[in-house]
Design a protein around this ligand. Structure first.
Ligand code: ATP
Ligand code: MG
Length: 399
């Protein structure tokens, strides 16, 4: 049996982190009544969306009625599996829980399937959990109205090491923590991938060393986003630009930041940069409406503007190699405590000079400093108010 299956959590005690999600789920499931909304677990692969429902059902001796949404194409199949289970009481009066896995696998055109799922949600006498990777997926727009979204996050290296350590102990494998740490960081927050890697290097072994890791090719998740950026920045076709992000397994918000960060690295003509930023600022408006009003209809506009809008801002393709860089905004969000202090200090200084809040500096001004600093006057002024170390901290010294 594959280790991911063998070590699937059988109770919430075995379940690693996802504290917010677990808490929301427990409150919801314990007070659930017929007619209530379903719960929609979403987030990256391999972080416990499916595993949480299974562990809960196992621990509470519930019948788990499970189906993978991509297995069916027709409403008939759904009704076969769920139809009778939906209303009947279990044989031994055991409770039930429904799991409709990977709902983003349904075709948008398959209205039958979507309607059948809605029917299950509305008529079920037991709680229904749906899972998806991408909650922003337009296919899910109707389902979203009938469910409560719950986000699952990438797991930390620390979380993953903890689980890998447990598995090694059960398998009787001796291993240095540094090796597990490397395995964990390779997996980029995906515990399934980490356990699979561990199985590849460790099955049947008594010990795993650093050298054993060489058999694993480096799984580079970053290439995916770089390819998408290249497509958007190089093409002039709106359609090609839109398609570029379809298979990128990231939040649209995050993709937005990648594009925003790199516009000025790729484009050189001021009027093109200005046009691209204009499209991005409009995209950002839609993003805010989506967040505030939970109105997912705006998502397509946001995506079109940030892809096609940026792609068509240029007159001609730049025939050059651009090294794309990691978005400053994501870096800022994952700062350590001492770095956060440093940032706070910088924001304070800037807010005084710009006469606005530190929040405004962070969100509205900082992203564009990289562009502004190309102007010698701006550069000179900035060096007057910040010291070298602070400018380095903002990554502006290389410009
Ligand atoms: N938080 C977790 N705690 C314990 N084990 C986990 C956790 N997340 C993942 N795993 C392990 O990884 C395997 C895969 O996890 P799971 O099936 O829950 O992923 P998922 O989030 O549903 O991903 P996908 O989006 O690909 O369906 C599980 O069988 C389990 O062994
Ligand atoms: Mg799953």
């Amino acid at each position: 049996m594959a280790w991911t299956k063998k070590y699937e959590p059988r109770s919430l005690r075995d379940f690693v982190n996802q504290k917010d999600a677990v808490e929301k789920f427990l409150v919801w499931v314990k007070s659930w009544k017929p007619g209530n909304k379903a719960m929609l677990f979403y987030g990256p692969p391999g972080v416990g969306k499916t595993a949480l429902v299974r562990a809960y059902a196992y621990e509470n001796k519930l019948d788990l009625i499970e189906m993978n949404a991509s297995d069916f194409r027709t409403a008939k199949k759904i009704n076969e599996i769920f139809g009778s289970a939906m209303r009947q009481r279990s044989l031994w009066h055991r409770g039930k829980i429904f799991l409709i896995d990977e709902v983003d696998g349904i075709c948008k055109e398959d209205v039958g399937a979507i309607n059948a799922i809605l029917k299950i949600i509305q008529q079920s006498h037991y709680p229904v959990v749906l899972t998806a990777n991408d909650i922003w997926n337009p296919k899910l727009s109707v389902i979203r109205n009938y469910s409560i979204p719950v986000q699952f996050k990438k797991l930390s290296v620390w979380d993953i090491v903890k689980r890998l350590e447990y598995i090694c102990q059960k398998e009787g494998i001796k291993v240095e923590k540094s090796v597990l740490r490397e395995l964990a960081s390779r997996s980029q927050g995906d515990l399934r991938a980490a356990i699979n890697d561990l199985e590849v290097v460790g099955r049947g072994k008594k010990e795993i060393t650093q050298k054993d890791l060489q058999v694993l090719g480096f799984r580079d998740k970053e290439t995916e986003i770089f390819d998408a950026l290249k497509m958007i920045f190089k093409t002039k076709s709106p359609m090609a630009a839109k398609l570029a992000i379809i298979n990128v397994d990231r939040d649209p918000q995050e993709i937005f930041w990648w594009i925003e960060q790199n516009v000025a690295n790729e484009y050189e003509k001021p009027e093109e940069i200005a046009k691209a930023y204009e499209a991005l600022s409009k995209a950002d408006l839609f993003r805010r409406w989506i967040t505030i009003r939970q109105n997912w209809r705006f998502l397509v506009y946001m995506m079109d503007l940030m892809t096609a809008g940026v792609a068509t801002a240029k007159k001609e393709m730049y025939r050059k190699f651009t090294r794309y860089e990691y978005p400053q905004r994501i870096k800022m969000m994952s700062l350590t405590k001492s770095s956060r202090e440093k940032l706070k200090q910088i924001l304070k200084i800037l807010s005084e000079h710009l006469h606005c809040s530190t929040k405004t500096v962070l969100e509205e001004y900082l992203p564009f400093f990289k562009l502004f600093i190309k102007d010698p006057n701006f550069k000179k002024s900035l060096y007057k108010i910040l010291d070298r170390e602070q400018i380095e901290f903002l990554g502006l010294n290389k410009q």
